[in-house]
Write a protein of this length. Sequence first.
Length: 99
Amino acid sequence: MQLLGGFSDVAEEEKRIMHMWNSFKRRQRILADGHVPWACEAFTHQHGQELVQNPRLRWCWRVLMIKLWNHGLLNGRTMNICNKHLEVLESQRADPKQS
């Protein structure tokens, strides 16, 4: 976190999502590229509420997933699953009766 804090040209939400992602990867021991799709889905489920409550943080998560996709570590199907999960959480937040 201290290393991320040193960047003055990076938004707080970007620093926060990188810290969350790096901590998650370390705890879950994501070592192989093939584990990234599972990790993205699990991360979205674990941090979904926080991502839905903070639209800028959610946007940073989506940008990170796009970067992973650009590097060939994530596929469109997994990105869609993650985004659909966030949409469900958002709709439940907007209408608590749906739960």
